[in-house]
Design a protein around this ligand. Structure first.
Ligand SMILES: Cc1ncc(COP(=O)(O)O)c(C=O)c1O
Length: 394
């Protein structure tokens, strides 16, 4: 028998999504209350949708420049300059969403045999992408304590040996909500400058940050606040979370200007460009979307506080309100196999949560709950969890 046709070993070794495994266990049952995927629960605001429709009606159906239309690059440069430090259009590459921005950053920096370091638990895409290119990934785990998730900075700096090509930091972090502080950023930047290590900062959730005064929509601390233009930093970002645009597939990278032409070449060979009419909607989102962000932050802050209060009242659950992102990553004492537990929850309690193990071994014993949902749904979900734990003591 000839061998069956297969993909490369590096591809076959990639982890399949354990969230999907739980979703599959539910077999599409209509009465499941699902909080397993990371997606806001509201459709994109109408003024953004209208901009795309208008562009389509004008016949905006062609390829664009690899790096994006000038209007969007300028609008993003102004936005990043307002939030962080001044950047010019030459430092911006428009991408087909955050996941593609991360893959492009990885393709630009990382090759076979390279070593990258990542702070985990972490959204699996970031951990698996370097492996597609043959790199090895070393994980530095966050710790969980009464004050929530925390980074052992010395442990991270020790892991950042001179032989390290890049460090990936997602802050606010999916799944834990952990958000890096300025002091740690400075220490990491100094260390990486000294050893020529690249920083890939996944800033997807920078606007979903709850530490600021209500209504202020203050962004989370970013490496872009302290970096010089030629520092080895790639900041990846997305329209998905800030402007409720997950399905549009639009994002961007802020890079040193010298690297941006190379990103343009990589974009040519990946997607060639983000769709033009989507980019047109992106211009309007960034230009006029601040009230959307302010509203979303307040809504999610309230949802977070509501759910934390509900879960904290259930015996056996350890939960701390996270400073950013849109997830609670909480421990259920006595759960040794979060995948098995999440499958039981969905089948027996009709409650869909993501198993902590999906985000790395450090996540075992935890569950991720996306709180971007109405209080009514969150309350019903918490009631289902409480009932299940009462009927099935661990
Ligand atoms: C940590 C993190 N980075 C990046 C993304 C990218 O999202 P998108 O590809 O929709 O832009 C996500 C989406 O869930 C995420 O959780």
């Amino acid at each position: 028998m000839p061998a069956l046709p297969h993909a490369r070993d590096a591809v076959r070794a990639l982890r399949a999504s354990k969230i999907r495994e739980v979703a599959n266990a539910a077999m599409g049952a209509p009465d499941v209350l699902a909080f397993w995927f990371g997606e806001p629960d509201e459709a994109t605001p109408e003024f953004i949708r209208r901009a795309a429709v208008a562009a389509l009606e004008r016949g905006d159906t062609f390829y664009t420049h690899n790096l994006g239309i000038p209007e969007l690059r300028d609008t993003l440069a102004a936005y990043v300059s307002r939030l962080h430090r001044p950047v010019t259009r030459e430092r911006i590459a428009v991408t087909s969403a955050g996941v593609s921005a991360l893959m492009l950053a990885t393709e630009a920096l990382v090759g076979a045999g390279d070593r990258v370091v990542e702070v985990t638990p972490l959204w699996p895409n970031l951990v698996e992408q370097p492996k597609i290119l043959g790199a090895s990934v070393t994980c530095v785990p966050l710790g969980f304590g009464p004050a929530g998730w925390a980074l052992d900075l010395d442990r991270l700096l020790d892991a950042l040996t001179p032989a390290t090509r890049a460090v990936y930091i997602n802050s606010p972090n999916n799944p834990t909500g952990w958000t890096i502080d300025r002091e740690s950023q400075r220490a990491i930047l100094d260390h990486c400058r000294e050893h020529g290590i690249w920083i890939v900062a996944d800033d997807a959730y920078e606007r979903l940050f709850f530490a600021g005064a209500p209504g202020a929509a203050v962004p989370a601390p970013s490496f872009l606040d302290i970096a010089e233009p030629d520092d080895r930093i790639l900041s990846t970002n997305t329209f998905s979370k800030s402007w409720l645009m997950t399905g549009w597939r639009l994002g961007w990278i802020v890079a040193p200007a010298a690297l941006v032409p190379d990103l343009g070449v990589l974009i040519e060979y990946n997607t060639s460009c983000a769709p033009g009419f989507v980019q047109r909607a992106g211009v309007v989102a960034v230009r006029d979307g601040e009230p959307v962000i302010a509203h979303t932050v307040e809504r999610f802050r309230a949802a977070r506080d509501f759910l934390v209060a509900r879960l904290a009242a259930i015996p056996g659950i350890d939960v701390v309100a996270p400073p950013g992102a849109m997830y609670l990553f909480f421990r259920v004492r006595g759960v040794a196999d979060s995948l098995e537990f999440a499958k039981r929850l969905v089948v027996e309690a009709k409650l869909g949560l993501a198993p902590g193990i999906a985000f790395g071994p450090e996540g075992e014993g935890f569950l991720r709950w996306c709180f971007a949902a109405s209080e009514e749904r969150l309350a019903e979900g918490a009631a289902r969890l409480e009932r299940f734990l009462t009927q099935n003591p661990l």
